[in-house]
Design a protein around this ligand. Sequence first.
Ligand SMILES: [Zn+2]
Length: 498
Amino acid sequence: MFKKASNNVNFVELEENILDFWKKENIFAKTLEATKNNQKFVFYEGPPTANGAPGVHHVLSRVFKDIFPRYKTMKGYFVTRKAGWDTHGLPVEIEVEKKLGINSKKEIENIGVEKFNRLCRESVMKYEDEWKRMTERIAFWIDLDNAYYTFKNEYIETVWWILKTIWDKGLLYNGNKIVPYCPRCGTALSSHEVAQGYKDVEDHTVIVKFPLQDEKGTYLLVWTTTPWTLISNAACAVNKNSDYMAVEFENEKLILNENLAESVFKDKQYKILNKFKGEELLGRKYEPVYDYCGGNKNAFKVIHGDFVSTQEGTGIVHIAPAFGEDDMIVGRENDLPVIQMVDEEGNFKENVEKFGKMPIALANTLIIDDLKERKLLFKIQKMIHSYPFCWRCDSRLIYYAKKSWYIKTSSIKENIISSNNEVNWYPEHIKNGRYGKWLENNVDWAITRERYWGTPLPIWEDKNGHKVCIGSIEELRKLGKNVPADLDLHKHYVDNIK
Ligand SMILES: [Zn+2]
């Protein structure tokens, strides 16, 4: 029964012989046939992208994805293993842009979305053969012959059906929210994408003097880490429960948080005039340093913000609802205008005096100079901090108010958390750790990407703002005008359907 094994084994040859045997005898198919009437164990293949060559790190994930189905099959379960290919999205577009030597949405539109999408489609399976060879060589049993592709109509139609189901429940909405945004790619990024691109950078923070309207020669000392957002200033925030004071400094009266006076003035002499709670500043109006609020009466006043730090800056924070999550929240609470003066390519809009059509990065230093010239700059400091960059193109991200479609995941939070409690996690600490914490802090999911080569949203709107969400090709043919026979569910087709 036993045969003495050689101590001089050629492992590669051994593996190849077994792979040959599996192939010749159709072993994978036989395991499916033998278990087809048994209880199912469901495995979802998170699809890799085949427009890049497979790397060593893919071997690891594919081995994991093989171990569990293989084990369950050996235990007698019926485990179908449908392969899949992720063929959409920014990585594909960037490859095509590189090939064409272009790098903006405008250039894509000049070339034509139809042509651009055709090139994307041609490029997505560039490394399919390498992927297949690697998959077979590492003995990952998966049904490559019946793979799903995310660019195919039947896949997109499924996504439409999912969105329609969510729509019918009233959980799909269009909102004005702050998103991490890459001006180069012209797209919002997910928090997962943002987390991949933090770098330590040196930036200028400034303390600006905001003149109070009803008290000549008195200024609020307002702190900001992003001078360019001053163009969109709508208010400034204090912490109403914290201690503030007015001081005399170089013949001017300046207001700031008591705790921060020492770090602001360092060894310079100043005289304390009086002390008071932040509450007393609420509602005070100031002269805007830049005024693009369009006459909104709620703008340019002092408001309360829980988030206002009394550990750094001046304890008075500049608020631009168009460029920060906290700003947007207090903006909504205080009816502040959302002053969006930056276009989608990261340039100031044309009507911004002195800085129109200028990239914000360039304008930043010029705004500082402008404030200096107008004697409104109190102090400029360098600060090293961690800042997010686009993981794809290495551009600086900005936090940006954008119209975006959201899935209201926050409304089913309790449900998701209790489901998570039923899940076996390995390692176990992930369950209530990284993953559980993420669920606890769940915010609505921004699904809009505003790209060309991806799943188009199946929402149509008429002149009166009435919206309809389409859940299938059949429904689209029934309700839509200009639905072509050779319908391809991509932007260059779908945009023409009325
Ligand atoms: Zn980018």
